[in-house]
Design a protein around this ligand. Structure first.
Ligand SMILES: [Zn+2]
Length: 222
C-alpha cells in the first residue's frame, strides 16, 4: 500500500466539501439544524470499500452510523444504544462485508498488531474461533464473516430483544458482497439474519420484509 502525500489529500477534503456545499444550499442544512431523525442505526466495518452509500444516497439525517474494524457492537455499545434507544430508529442494520481484513487478521493471527488493535479484534473470538476449517481459506473467510454477523445480531437481541418482540425494531444482519461471492451480483447487500432468524423461508415471509418487491426479495435473502 502506497502512502499518498498529506497535502494532496488535505486539498481533496476541502475541494470536495466545497462542491458539496455548493450543491446543497442553505435550506438543506437548516432543515436538520435542531435535531436528527435517522431511521437506521448502522453498524458496519471501517473498511473504506464499505459505505452506507451502497444502500442510500440520502444519508444525512437518515442513517446513524457506527463503524469499527469488524463491525462489532461490543466495541461501541454506547453508540448503538444511542441510536436504538434514544433516536429510536426502527431498523438496526449490522452490515459485514466480504474480504473483511479484521476477520482475516483474526483467522491468520494478530499478535503483531498494537495492543489496542488486538483489544478490538479480541471480541471476534467467540464467533470466529468456532468455525470448522475446510482447507479453503477463501471459503472459511466468508464463513467467518457470516458467523461474526450472526454473533452481532445475537448480541443485539440480548440488548434490544424487547423492542423486537413489540414490533418496534427490526435487526438485520447482512453481508455487503462486492465480490459477487453469493452469485447475486457485485455490490449486493445479502441478508443472512433477521431478528435472529436464519431460515430463508421464514425470513421471506417475515412482516419486516413485506414491502420489499417480490423479485428483489428473492435476490437479497440468502
Ligand atoms: Zn472489514
Amino acid at each position: 500500500m502506497k502512502r499518498e502525500k498529506p497535502e494532496k489529500v488535505v486539498a481533496e477534503v476541502f475541494r470536495d466539501n466545497d462542491s458539496f456545499v455548493s450543491g446543497k444550499g442553505e435550506e438543506f442544512f437548516k432543515s436538520h439544524l435542531e435535531a436528527q431523525n435517522p431511521v437506521i442505526t448502522l453498524i458496519t466495518c471501517s473498511d473504506s470499500r464499505v459505505h452506507p452509500t451502497v444502500f442510500s444516497e440520502e444519508l444525512i439525517d437518515r442513517v446513524f452510523v457506527i463503524r469499527n474494524i469488524g463491525n462489532q457492537i461490543e466495541n461501541c455499545v454506547g453508540s448503538v444504544d444511542y441510536g436504538v434507544y434514544h433516536l429510536q430508529t426502527p431498523v438496526l442494520l449490522i452490515l459485514g462485508h466480504v474480504n473483511c481484513g479484521a476477520v482475516k487478521a483474526f483467522l491468520k493471527g494478530y499478535s503483531d498488531e498494537t495492543a489496542d488493535i488486538r483489544k478490538e479484534l479480541d471480541h471476534l473470538c467467540i464467533p470466529v474461533s468456532k468455525i470448522k476449517r475446510t482447507g479453503s481459506f477463501e471459503k472459511d473467510w466468508l464463513t467467518a464473516v457470516e458467523e461474526n454477523v450472526h454473533w452481532q445480531v445475537r448480541v443485539a437481541l440480548e440488548r434490544y430483544g424487547l423492542l423486537v418482540t413489540r414490533g418496534l425494531l427490526a435487526i438485520l444482519g447482512a453481508v455487503y458482497d462486492f465480490g459477487n461471492y453469493y452469485g447475486r451480483g457485485y455490490g449486493r447487500i445479502v441478508l443472512i439474519n433477521l431478528n435472529g432468524i436464519k431460515d430463508r423461508e421464514k425470513i421471506l415471509s417475515h412482516r419486516a420484509m413485506s414491502l420489499v418487491p417480490g423479485e428483489l426479495l428473492d435476490k437479497v435473502v440468502i
